[in-house]
Design a protein around this ligand. Structure first.
Ligand SMILES: Nc1ncnc2c1ncn2[C@@H]1O[C@H](COP(=O)(O)OP(=O)(O)OP(=O)(O)O)[C@@H](O)[C@H]1O
Ligand SMILES: [Mg+2]
Length: 369
């Protein structure tokens, strides 16, 4: 820690020296070498800083802020104000990403078994990241059972566009595409693999996604065509595998993790959904399906349990009404334990992606222009 000095001796150099000791805990490097300190303004003993994070959904913002304040206080600053900016880095490059030139990161939400809450997790992940200020897309890759439009309140929407380009449908701050937006009525889509593949390819290539920090992809259950198509068509930053605590769900989740391993897609971690039920009347937690199953799966594959989301009536009503529980418009959003867990989950995922992207960002900035 530097020696205590009087405030009038505060200089940019001294402040930078202190900030060079403050680490981004997730990436494990200091703020100065990561280029995160953008501006410093000194007014007497008051210091105003702009710090650029690698994601607006930074899970460790509070820790970074308190480390900055502690460091600069010991230098004599009486007030430290941090203005946060963000610049999400790309986690892949090369020709494989040509189909989605404006997209910086892609997250596939998958499970082995149906009905465990993939779409619920994908929708709330997307809404939470957008609420934290990220630019987010949500691709419904469940061609034969598209549920994203219902859960995002856009069932009646249809696509617009011109010249072979298609505009995404926007709700809750998220840009979306789904086969549902092309259909009229409830006619089922009964398509084989090659058609599913070309639909997903068009959703990636022909949709005006623009600049996106995160593209979340909601996959159908299992290890079938859509998951393979996505992993062949675009680079995936990683997969989030959803499971419920029961053994049957875990058994199938193992297959999903194994499939991603086989196609060289990293699994970012496991989400245990419907993990305990909190009684809305007495507040007691009941183990309807058990808890902790994801932990054993995570141990087996050396993965992280990213979140445990309780079973909560508001999550289902939010899905049915098209107002996700993490949206401020959901009537139970404020008090919901599940909403808090889902928002925390989104920040954890964003944090892990920043770590994955860090070496790519360093390599990109080292390349000559
Ligand atoms: N934590 C939860 N609490 C309460 N209800 C939930 C929770 N998670 C999901 N649900 C409800 O469970 C049902 C199934 O969820 P969802 O559709 O997200 O699963 P899925 O894995 O995407 O299903 P499919 O395999 O058919 O695509 C939905 O009605 C949803 O609202
Ligand atoms: Mg689904």
């Amino acid at each position: 820690m530097p020696d205590q000095v009087t405030p009038d001796q505060l200089t940019d150099e001294k402040i930078m020296a202190v900030l060079a000791q403050v680490k981004d805990p997730e990436i494990g490097r200091d703020l100065v070498s990561l280029g995160m300190v953008k501006t410093i303004e000194i007014t007497g003993s008051v210091v105003d800083l702009t710090v650029e994070l690698t994601t607006p959904a930074c899970p460790l913002k509070a820790k970074i802020e308190s480390d900055i304040v502690d460091g600069l206080s010991s230098l004599g600053a009486t007030t430290v104000r941090v203005d946060w900016a963000s610049n999400v880095k790309r986690s892949f490059g090369g020709p494989a990403a040509d189909l989605i030139p404006g997209v910086k990161n892609t997250i596939a939400v998958a499970s082995g078994k149906g009905g465990v809450g993939k779409t619920t997790i994908a929708v709330n992940l997307a809404v939470s990241l957008a609420r934290d200020g990220a630019r987010v897309g949500l691709l419904d890759a469940d061609i034969t059972g598209p549920n994203v439009p219902l859960m995002m309140g856009t069932s009646g929407s249809h696509v617009t566009g011109a010249g072979g380009r298609v505009n995404p449908v926007v709700a809750h701050g998220v840009k979306m595409m789904s086969i549902q937006y092309f259909l009229t009525g409830d006619a089922p889509v009964i398509w084989r693999g090659p058609l599913i593949h070309s639909a997903i390819q068009q959703f990636l290539r022909d949709v005006e996604w623009g600049e996106l920090d995160y593209l979340v992809v909601d996959l159908p259950p299992g290890t079938g065509d859509a998951a393979l198509s996505i992993s062949q068509l675009i680079p995936l930053t990683g997969a989030v595998v959803v499971t419920t605590p029961q053994e049957v769900s875990l058994l199938d989740a193992r297959k999903a993790v194994a499939m991603f391993n086989k196609v060289n897609v990293r699994t970012i971690g496991v989400v245990e959904n419907m993990s305990g039920f909190i009684c809305p009347h007495c507040g007691t937690e009941h183990d309807l399906f058990g808890t902790g199953g994801a932990a054993s799966l995570a141990r087996e594959f050396d993965l992280e349990v990213l979140a445990r989301i309780p079973l909560e009536p508001g999550v289902r009503t939010g899905g049915d009404a098209g107002t996700p529980i993490t949206s401020p418009q959901h009537p139970a959003a404020e008090a919901s334990v599940a909403a808090a867990a889902l928002r925390e989950m989104a920040r954890t995922v964003a944090g892990r992606i920043s770590v994955i992207a860090a070496p790519f960002a360093a390599a990109a900035s080292a390349r000559p222009n």
